[in-house]
Design a protein around this ligand. Structure first.
Ligand code: HAM
Length: 417
């Protein structure tokens, strides 16, 4: 038997109600915040990700699904959503329009990681990208979208941990400070960190190896090198977040695993699930990326939520929550002779936006009731000889057990009332 690939999941019909609930919540929140949907290709030129996420990131270094297509081009399955969105906006001239440009996507993402709970090779992200303003108000807007989304899902106990990498100058200074600190300790650090010291010492702060973690915990903090402007900017952000009642915590260990970030970065973290899956979302400013990819100079901020991780959390917090995934009515005729009337009933209901279905398996009357119960339908439309001859339906309310004859003309209003 051929099985699904390691690190991939099938979203089965029993779970799709939950997925639809999450996606509808995301779409609704975006629409309330004037954020429009964008859909970009699942694969792009490899160079796009190498240039944006950065050669020193684990995503580019170890985790990309890269292959040569039949034309000999190097292609990569999208390892994250931001780069494709920026590429599309540049290509279609969207930055020339009135700004800000507020976009969102719900899309699969591919990373060749070691699979475990909450860490997949194909997973899905809900991402938001806001272009055009360098104001801290825009960062607060991103965090507010995230907060409204989590509230809409009914998810609790997710903290926004924020940090700043500072301006270009501060970031450079910080990298120098880190370089000299880690250079003293590098002999006892892992091979990846040795490489990171050369390529990008900031990445070392993200290392998950126990011994490296001990050394990074003692590393100088970014706040020790921030210039006055960067400090004031970060303070202004904190004031706006407080005014908007968006809870946050400053965590100077938040660095983010992709190279395009500039300035403020953040992660959305829960204590209700353990390990890597505790980080359900992350994002930050990336003010240089549009220009680096050949577009105009446009500041930007965005975030991505890992949908599977959010659903894990939702299951944990609300194990008994029921996600509507049923139909309103099932038409059941007592004999195949009444099929024409049965089909008329089903078509009438569907035409009036009442979801309906019928029996295709030639089940007995009793078996159809069992089937109706299994589906969780609200009504069964029974069609027997008397009903057929009088063009009426016996409508059974499956919640109350109440049963009554209704005419075809009154069926829709009876179900809708
Ligand atoms: P990221 O932190 O790499 O950021 O991914 C966002 C979220 O995707 C993570 O917080 C996590 O919940 C989820 N995630 C990451 N890897 C996996 C995995 N292997 N399996 C399951 N879930 C995973 C980005 O991708 C940025 N593009 C976010 C962003 C948008 N920044 C600015 N705009």
């Amino acid at each position: 038997m051929i099985k699904a690939q390691r690190g991939t999941i099938d979203i089965l019909p029993t779970d799709s109600g939950k997925w639809q609930f999450l996606e509808q919540t995301a779409r609704k929140v975006c629409s309330l915040h004037n954020v429009k949907e964008i859909r970009t290709p699942i694969f792009e030129a490899t160079e796009l990700f190498a240039r944006s996420s950065g050669e020193s990131s684990d995503v580019v270094n170890k985790e990309m699904y890269t292959f040569l297509d039949k034309g000999g081009r190097s292609i990569t399955l999208r390892p994250e959503g931001t780069a494709g969105v920026v590429r599309a906006c540049i290509e279609h001239g969207l930055f020339a329009d009135t700004l800000p440009l507020k976009l969102y996507y719900i899309a699969p993402v591919f990373r060749y990681e070691k699979p475990q709970a909450g860490r997949l090779r194909e997973f899905r992200q809900f991402g938001v990208e806001l272009f055009g303003s360098n104001s801290p108000k825009m960062i607060a807007e991103a965090l507010e979208i995230g907060k409204d989304f989590l509230n809409g899902l009914g998810i609790k106990n997710v903290k926004a941990k924020i940090n700043t990498l500072g301006c270009e100058k501060c970031k450079k200074n910080y990298i120098e400070v880190l370089k000299s600190y880690f250079a003293q300790n590098i002999d006892s650090m892992c091979e990846d960190c040795k490489r990171r010291l050369e390529q990008n010492p900031l990445r070392i702060l993200d290392c998950k190896v126990e011994n490296c973690k001990k050394i990074t915990a003692e590393a100088p903090k970014v706040s020790s090198v921030l210039c006055d402007d960067c400090k004031a900017y970060f303070e202004e952000l904190k004031t706006i977040l407080n005014q908007k009642n968006i809870e946050f915590e400053v965590d100077e260990m938040i660095i983010r695993g992709l190279d395009y970030y500039t300035g403020v970065v953040f992660e959305l973290v829960t204590e209700d699930i353990e390990g890597a899956s505790a980080v359900v979302g992350g994002g930050g400013q990336y003010n240089n990326l549009v220009e680096e990819l050949g577009g105009p100079s446009v500041p930007a901020v965005g975030f991505g939520f890992g949908i599977e991780r959010l659903l894990m959390l939702l299951d944990k917090q609300e194990p008994n929550k029921i996600y509507e995934n049923t139909i309103d009515a099932l038409a059941v005729s007592m004999s195949s002779e009444y099929r024409d009337f049965e089909q008329k009933v089903v078509s009438l209901l569907r035409a009036n936006e009442i979801s309906a279905d019928c029996d295709y398996m030639d089940r007995s009357f009793r078996a159809n009731f069992k089937f109706a119960n299994k589906l969780g339908v609200k009504y069964v439309c029974i069609i027997g000889e008397e009903e057929y001859n009088s063009k009426q339906i016996t409508l059974k309310n499956m919640t109350t057990g109440e049963q009554k004859m209704v005419s075809l003309e009154n069926l829709v209003s009876e179900i809708k009332c």
